[in-house]
Design a protein around this ligand. Sequence first.
Ligand code: BG6
Length: 307
Amino acid sequence: PSVSVQDGIIEASLPSGESVTVYLYGATVTSWKSNGQEQLFMSKTAHLDGSKPIRGGIPLVFPTDANPKLCIWQVFGPPPKNHATSSLPQHGFARNSTWEFLGKSSSEAGKGDVAVKLDFGLSHAMLSEEFRKAWPHEFGLVYSVTLTKDALRTSLQVTNEGKENFEFQVLMHTYLAVEDIANVRVKNLESKTYIDKVRNASTHTESSPALAITEETDRVYQGLDPATPIVVSSASDDQPLFSITREALTDVVVWNPWIEKAKGLSDFGPDEAYKNMICVEAGSVSAWQTLEAGDSWEGGQSIKSRL
Ligand code: BG6
């Protein structure tokens, strides 16, 4: 595998042609090419200069998913008024902090089984003063992006390096590229409970074995078995486009801004691009993970494309 590092952008590729690009800003995966095709959606008007979280690829959400504009707490249980994350921006600070590149490792298990792993780190001392104040915990994050011929894996290790417990949420906010949202179905959500953020954070049970996206969709599915893949498939031929398994991440957010919301997001473009994406976000967001002093937690996702 070859790896290049330039201007805060790390690119890795395999001899078989697959590649991945990661920006140190947010440790955001901005591109994953496999089978000669881009697999991740990137907004044409995304900010790539570190002025705003990157709209596309895989922004990493930590230590909170909270959207102060939504009364989502009413459902997930109110945090204390002075909860440690209450003064952080929506989706936390990981996606708008600059990470460090810790290095690469590659393995060649057998013929065609080449893998390259890129590791990124973020710690309390690396945060801006504003974020350090807003979340005064000593933490260490190691984010690993592993590219193989068949899959892209992203995993996060969180370590509590302080003397007190802290609580966190995490979300791998993956923007999958699709040709036409009308032809997309999301499978393996049937009978699962979800919070509908578009409908006042009300609770529902998924009735569809193959969810179609036909309007603004923003749902937090909870209590999923991480080993059961979420399959994004093509409706016309019932073929899988993506299959996502998780480790220690039992929630999955399904998000598409649809017409009006897409127009309202200044860094989402062109307006019609909502047809070319679906966010399937593996995470742990419906409850808080508590991490005791000295402990580590790890969670991740593995995405296979056009199987
Ligand atoms: C999803 C949330 O994870 O991210 C949505 O469920 C939100 O509510 C979307 O709109 C995009 O968030 P942002 O902060 O990147 O605009």
